[in-house]
Design a protein around this ligand. Structure first.
Ligand SMILES: Cc1ncc(COP(=O)(O)O)c(C=O)c1O
Length: 483
C-alpha cells in the first residue's frame, strides 16, 4: 500500500496516540513497572514482511495493543534499575514536536531551529553544571557516544603533542597513548577507547584500595608517561562514589595531560549545594560529559559532550564535502562536532525542559532524588534484615537483604534470586551488581516522579520476596541459627 494512494491518516493516527497517552500517563505512577506476559506480547510481533501492508491506523493499533503489553514502564517512578530517567512533561511534548518537524540537526542550513536550540542548550547546560561559558559542546545519543566524543578530542590533542594530526594520519607510527584512570571507570569509557583504536585493555589503573583515583599514583605514572589522557569519574555506577576530581585534575594539569571527566549522572551533583563538593574540579577538565536521558529526564536518546577547546572536535569530526555547509562561528555545524552527520534534533526536548523548569526546578528534582536515596539508605541502616554495603553520597544505594539468621555463604545467591523474582513481580524494578566482591541491590534515583514511598517500596518488596524465598527452601538448606 503506497501511502500516497490512500487517504492521509496522519492526524487520526496522532489523535489515537494522544488518546492512549491520556490513560497511559494517568496510570504511570501506579501501574506495574512490568506487566505479566510482556515477553509473550513482544513475541507476538513477527511473521513475514507483509506484501500489502495493513494501513496506518491498523499498524498503530497493533503497536499500541501489543507494544504497551510488551514494554517496561521505565519512565515511571518505580523503575530504579540501571540509571534511567523519565521524561518531564515539557520534554515529552517537545520530543513529539521533534518527530512532527523531523529536522536533521546536522547544521544551521538544514534547521535554524535545531541548530539554534542546540547552541542555546549547550550554553544553558554549561551554566547549569557550573562549567566555563567559553567551552563548547555537542548533543550526542548518550554518555557512551559523549565519552567517545570527548576521548576523540583527547586523542587528537595527544597526537598533536607528538606532531601528528591523528584525524588525518591515523595512529600508525605513534607510541601507545597512555590512559590513566581509577577503578571507577565506566565500561562505556572502555568501549570508547576500543572504538578509538586505543584499546580497552590499555588503561593504567591508579586506584586506591576502595577503587577511587589515587592522585599520588597518578603523579608517579604521569612522570613516566609523557603526554597522557586521564579519565576522572564523577559518579561511579555501582554506588555513586566520586574520584577526587580536583586533586586528579590539578595533578594532571601540572603534567602534560588531558583530563576527561565522565559525569553521566554525577555531574548533576553540582546542581545542589548539598552535593556540589563531590564533583568539585570538573571545571578544570579538558572534556566532560553527561547524559540527558538520565537525570535531565528527557526521552531517549540524549547525552552531552563538552570540551574546553571545541577546535579539537572540528578537527576530528568535520566532514568537508562540496554539498555540505561550512561552519561559521555563529552558525555551528553540529554534524561536524560529533560522530553523527545526520542527527535527531535532541535540542528541542533539552531546551523545552530547561525553559519549562529552569535552574530551580532542576535543583528541586535533583534534591528530591537525593532525599529519596538518603531515606532508603537510612531505612536500610535501621533494618535488622538489610545491610548498607557502602555509604550513599548521591543517588545510588548499594545494599543487600541480610536476615539475621542468614549465613554469609548464602547471601549472594539469595540476593540474586530476589532480583529474578522482583523483576517478574513488577511493583518496583531494581537490579543487583557485584561490587567490592559482594552482590547487592543498587537502586538509582534519577526519575523526577519518584517519591519517598516509592523508595520505601524497594526495601519492602525485597524483604517480602526474600522472606518468602527463604521460607520456601527445604529445611536442610537453612543455615544454623546464629550462623
Ligand atoms: C558513569 C557512566 N558513564 C557512561 C554511561 C553510559 O551511558 P549511556 O548508556 O547513556 O551511553 C553510564 C551509564 O549508566 C554511566 O553510569
Amino acid at each position: 500500500m503506497d501511502p500516497l494512494t490512500v487517504p492521509d491518516e496522519s492526524l487520526a493516527a496522532l489523535e489515537r496516540v494522544a488518546a492512549q497517552a491520556q490513560g497511559y500517563l494517568a496510570e504511570l505512577t501506579d501501574a506495574p513497572v512490568r506487566a505479566a506476559g510482556s515477553d509473550e506480547a513482544a513475541e507476538r510481533f513477527g511473521g513475514p514482511l507483509p506484501d500489502e501492508g495493513a494501513g496506518t491506523l491498523a499498524a498503530i493499533e497493533e503497536l499500541l495493543a501489543d507494544g504497551i503489553d510488551a514494554h517496561v514502564r521505565s519512565a515511571g517512578p518505580r523503575f530504579f534499575h540501571w540509571v534511567i530517567g523519565g521524561s518531564t512533561p515539557a520534554a515529552l511534548a517537545a520530543d513529539w514536536v521533534t518527530s512532527l518537524l523531523d529536522q536533521n540537526a546536522g547544521g544551521w542550513d538544514a534547521t535554524p531551529l535545531g541548530a539554534r536550540l542546540e547552541q542555546v542548550s549547550v550554553a544553558w547546560l554549561l551554566d547549569l553544571f557550573g562549567l566555563p561559558a567559553h567551552w563548547g559542546g555537542v548533543l550526542t545519543t548518550g554518555a557512551t557516544t559523549a565519552n567517545f566524543t570527548g576521548l576523540a578530542a583527547a586523542r587528537q590533542w595527544w597526537g598533536k603533542q607528538h606532531g601528528v594530526d591523528v584525524s588525518e594520519a591515523g595512529l600508525g607510527g605513534l607510541p601507545q597513548m597512555p590512559v590513566l584512570s581509577s577503578g571507577f571507570i565506566h565500561v562505556s569509557a572502555l568501549k570508547a577507547l576500543a572504538m578509538l583504536g586505543i584499546g580497552r585493555g590499555r588503561v593504567t589503573d591508579c586506584s586506591r584500595p576502595d577503587g577511587s583515583f589515587d592522585p599520588a599514583a597518578l603523579e608517579r605514572e604521569l612522570k613516566k608517561a609523557g603526554p597522557a589522557v586521564v579519565i576522572a569519574n564523577a559518579g561511579e555506577v555501582n554506588a555513586g562514589h566520586f574520584d577526587p576530581i580536583r586533586e586528579v585534575a590539578e595533578t594532571a594539569r601540572a603534567h602534560d595531560a588531558w583530563v576527561h571527566a565522565d559525569g553521566a549522572f554525577g555531574l548533576f551533583a553540582r546542581l545542589s549545594p548539598r552535593t556540589a563538593a563531590l564533583a568539585d574540579g570538573v571545571e578544570l577538565a579538558d572534556s566532560a560529559i553527561s547524559d540527558g536521558h538520565k537525570w535531565l529526564n528527557v526521552p531517549y536518546d540524549c547525552g552531552f559532550a563538552f570540551v574546553r577547546d571545541p577546535a579539537y572536535l572540528y578537527r576530528v569530526f568535520a566532514a568537508g564535502a562540496a554539498y555540505l555547509p561550512e561552519a561559521q562561528d555563529d552558525r555551528p555545524v553540529f554534524g561536524f562536532m560529533g560522530p553523527e552527520l545526520s542527527r535527531r534534533a535532541r535540542s528541542l526536548a533539552v531546551w523545552a525542559t530547561l525553559r519549562a523548569y529552569g535552574r530551580d526546578g532542576y535543583r528541586a528534582m535533583v534534591e528530591r532524588c537525593l532525599d529519596n536515596a538518603a531515606h532508603l539508605a537510612r531505612l536500610v541502616e535501621e533494618a535488622d534484615d538489610a545491610e548498607l554495603l557502602l555509604p550513599a553520597p548521591l543517588n545510588i544505594v548499594f545494599f543487600r537483604y541480610r536476615p539475621a539468621d542468614a549465613s554469609e555463604d548464602e547471601l549472594d545467591e539469595l540476593n540474586l534470586r530476589i532480583e529474578q523474582e522482583i523483576l517478574k513481580d513488577g511493583r518496583v524494578y531494581v537490579g543487583t551488581t557485584r561490587w567490592n566482591g559482594v552482590i547487592g541491590f543498587r537502586p538509582a534515583f534519577v526519575n523526577w516522579r519518584s517519591t519517598k514511598q516509592d523508595a520505601e517500596l524497594v526495601l519492602e518488596t525485597i524483604r517480602e520476596i526474600g522472606s518468602k524465598l527463604r521460607a520456601s527452601r527445604p529445611p536442610a538448606a537453612q543455615a544454623p541459627r546464629g550462623a
